[in-house]
Write a protein that binds this ligand. Structure first.
Ligand code: GLC
Length: 733
């Protein structure tokens, strides 16, 4: 049940029934139609359609005066005065931009993700927006896919926790509260498995994998009361999501009792014919609405075809009434009928928004390498810094993808932030090096080398511009674009230590620069406050705490590669030697032998899920389980000591992994089942405990029933998915 307060549920149901009884069929179908706005104007045709009650929602209108006029027409000029849903892609901020969702996932901080969504809702409602088309809950396991930038990474549990948090940030405790906006779980479902990492491509996902990996974040959102779902573009096992009754009727409605509504993706109803799933628009409308789709985005099959489909008995009016009731339910729950649509809550002050964006960016950045403790830099022993690279001073690029309403004038760039340190006597030498991340000229190299040569440290801001990730922006080669690697080599040829700050919308393959840098930060696209966040970490105002929410491969040929893999019958040997040049039949590779690995890259990634360094050193010890024999249905506890062995206070994200050693279907070698951000002082030791219920170990077995199977389990607690502190326990009947 979405969070409309219980006591008004029956009131809402009565009001829906009353309204439905007065609506013509044309007005009902109108509610099922979302029309693209006209960017600050209202064409006569749109004005007439709204006044005739033939529009249920507008997307992409953000001019407050225009939105108010659209609502006024709907409320005052249409026969029944049904207000409009005003939808917008509020993906990772509105005017103030937070890290891309993949970066927010690297914070492993649900409270922060929730607060960021609440700030975004503050800013969006000021324009009259009442529906955010987020969170995106797809599984991100293919870095070639441009939309991995919008995911919360590769793990269903982490995605579930963060997606639920973002939903709570948008929707608050009650949709009717000022400033709450409806959220949207997308893209239902399995979009992340798009073949070859090419957007909109086919997805083939066995039901068992769909239910154990791809669906859990959507079920968590449904259980958390998300108001809407969005059907995906993809062909899922031959049945496109937009016409997939298994997804929308059986799972979403019958199994999960979801009571919100489902909107299509952009023209995905008409695309059913392009898929070859239907013969034409008429059949597309029929198949989509009978599969459980309630609202059509951007295309007009519903408006054009449903009346005649009903007349021909292909679609029942009951189906229409059900869809319209779901849509009206959300409009009532949002309180749209009871206010003039000016749904804005008090504006979060800009400084609140910027302060949170600063914290989010700082916590999202992952320290991958820090040889010889070159970081943090200290203004005491660093007299000059060279700031180099195409992303050092790029206010728009640092925002990342999906920032329709982002305000780059708010951006504080790394160059600006580091220059502010110059006030403390630090000389800053800036050189762009290359014009963009995709440049192929070396014109700027000399200035970059010169800047590095006269500095104590060279900080290079490289990676991908925002345009290289996001929807329909996939890459088959996921190394650094352009000739950035040559720039790194040129700068590294000086004797000046090199620190890389990589900004990107996906995991990149860094093999050709890895050994050129003494230290490497992975910053994703950090958003408005990228500069202050990076400066904080560079100069040690705060210790890095981000952890990878997605695996970084050694080569694109390893993809898909993720930590929660199956063991196989011949598991690869993590440290087997890798030298394809000197392979002999059974010699060199005896240690690797006939196991699952690549001759040229082995079987392990460059950096694994959950990995991230700190400026201190954390150790784990004394893992315990409350009982080594856990009865089905019981709760139990797994705990370990965490110690800050270093000399500075810092956060650590403690992670709990579980393995079900034997199952009716094979189970992953590890699965994240808990995590917690903990701050320890130097020398401090603290016991960290995770409470679990045996239900937390459940999975869909060969019979497609979800249950926890008895038998042997192993648990680990540590700072990444290769955690070594392990302990065995058994679940008994
Ligand atoms: C796009 C995206 C979807 C977005 C919608 C509206 O094609 O797939 O995520 O919400 O259309 O912009």
């Amino acid at each position: 049940m979405h969070p409309a307060t219980e006591q008004n549920e029956s009131d809402i149901d009565e009001r829906i029934a009353g309204l439905l009884g007065r609506m013509t069929l044309a007005e009902k179908i109108g509610q099922m139609s979302q029309i693209n706005g006209a960017a600050g104007s209202i064409p006569e045709q749109l004005r007439d359609a709204i006044a005739a009650g033939r529009v249920g929602s507008i997307i992409n209108e953000v001019d407050p005066a225009t939105v108010n006029e659209l609502q006024r027409i709907a409320l005052r000029e249409s026969r029944l005065g049904i207000p409009l849903l005003i939808g917008r892609d509020v993906i990772h901020g509105f005017n103030t931009i937070f890290p891309i969702p993949l970066g927010q996932a690297a914070t492993w901080n649900p409270g922060l993700v929730k607060d960021a969504a609440a700030i975004a809702a503050h800013e969006a409602t000021a324009c009259g927006i009442n529906w955010a088309l987020a969170p995106m809950l797809d599984i991100g396991r293919d870095p070639r896919w441009g939309r991995i930038a919008e995911t919360f990474g590769e793990d269903p549990y982490l995605i579930s926790v963060l997606g639920t948090a973002m939903t709570a940030g948008y929707q608050g405790d009650d949709l009717a509260q000022p400033g709450a906006i409806a959220a949207c779980a997308k893209h239902y479902a399995g979009y992340g498995a798009t073949e070859a990492g090419r957007d909109y491509n086919t997805t083939n996902i066995p039901e068992n994998e769909l239910r154990n990996v791809h669906l859990p974040p959507f079920e968590a959102a449904a259980n958390a009361g998300i108001a809407t779902f969005m059907a995906g573009f993809s062909d899922l096992n031959g049945i496109p999501c937009t016409g997939n009754g298994f997804l929308m009727n059986q799972v979403l409605r019958d199994e999960w009792a979801f009571d919100g509504f489902v909107v299509s993706d952009w023209e995905s109803v008409t695309q059913l014919a392009t898929h070859g799933f239907t013969a034409d628009d008429r059949e597309s409308a029929e198949r989509a609405v009978n599969a459980g789709l309630d609202m059509e985005m951007a295309s007009t099959s519903f408006i054009d075809q449903l009346e005649s489909l009903i007349a021909d008995g292909k679609v029942s009016e009951r189906t229409i009434d059900t869809a319209v009731s779901r849509i009206l339910h959300i409009k009532f729950a949002l309180g749209l009928f009871d206010d003039t649509g000016a749904h804005a809550r008090q504006q979060a002050t800009e400084s609140d928004a910027l302060a949170l964006a600063h914290q989010a960016a700082r916590e999202s950045i992952v320290l991958l390498k820090n040889d010889n403790g070159v970081l943090p830099l200290s203004a005491e022993n660093i007299r000059s810094v060279a700031v180099i690279g195409p992303l050092a001073d790029a206010p728009q690029e640092q925002l990342g993808t999906w920032v329709f309403d982002g305000d780059p004038t708010l951006s504080q760039t790394p160059l600006q932030a580091i220059q502010q340190l110059a006030d403390r006597g630090v000389e800053v030498h800036f050189a762009q090096g290359v014009a963009t991340t995709r440049s192929h000229t070396e014109d700027g190299f000399a200035a970059a080398v010169a800047a590095a040569a006269k500095a104590d440290v060279a900080v290079l801001f490289i990676g991908e511009e925002a345009i290289l990730s996001g929807e329909a922006h996939c890459r088959a080669d996921i190394t650094l674009p352009g000739n950035q690697a040559a720039l790194v080599n040129a700068v590294a040829a000086t004797s000046t230590p090199v620190v890389l700050v990589v900004m990107a919308g996906r995991p990149l393959v860094l093999e050709n620069v890895l050994n050129k840098a003494t230290a490497i930060f992975y910053a994703w696209h950090p958003g408005t406050m990228a500069g202050p966040a990076i400066a904080d970490l560079l100069f040690g105002n705060e210790s890095p705490s981000g952890k990878l929410p997605v695996t970084l491969p050694k080569a694109v040929g390893q993809v898909p590669i993720y930590y929660a893999q199956k063991n196989t019958g011949r598991p690869g040997i993590p440290d087997s030697p890798i030298n394809i040049d000197s392979i002999s039949e059974f010699g060199q590779f005896e240690s690797a032998g006939f196991t699952s690995f690549h001759l040229d890259t082995g079987c392990t990634p460059r950096f694994g899920f959950g990995y991230g360094l700190s400026y201190t050193r954390f150790s784990y010890s004394d893992i315990q389980v409350s009982t080594h024999t856990v009865a089905l249905g019981d709760t139990f506890e797994i705990s370990a000591d965490l110690t800050n062995e270093g000399d500075r206070e810092a956060d650590e994200i403690v992670q709990l992994y579980i393995r079900d050693l034997v199952g009716s279907v094979t189970r992953p070698v590890r699965e994240l089942k808990g995590f917690r951000r903990v701050r320890l002082s130097p020398g401090e030791r603290r016991r960290i405990s995770f409470q679990l219920h045996t239900d937390d170990l459940a999975f869909y077995g060969a019979d497609m029933q979800r249950r926890t199977e008895t038998g042997a389990f192993r648990a680990w607690i540590g700072g990444n998915s290769a955690a070594e502190q392990g302990i065995d326990f058994t679940v008994t009947a």
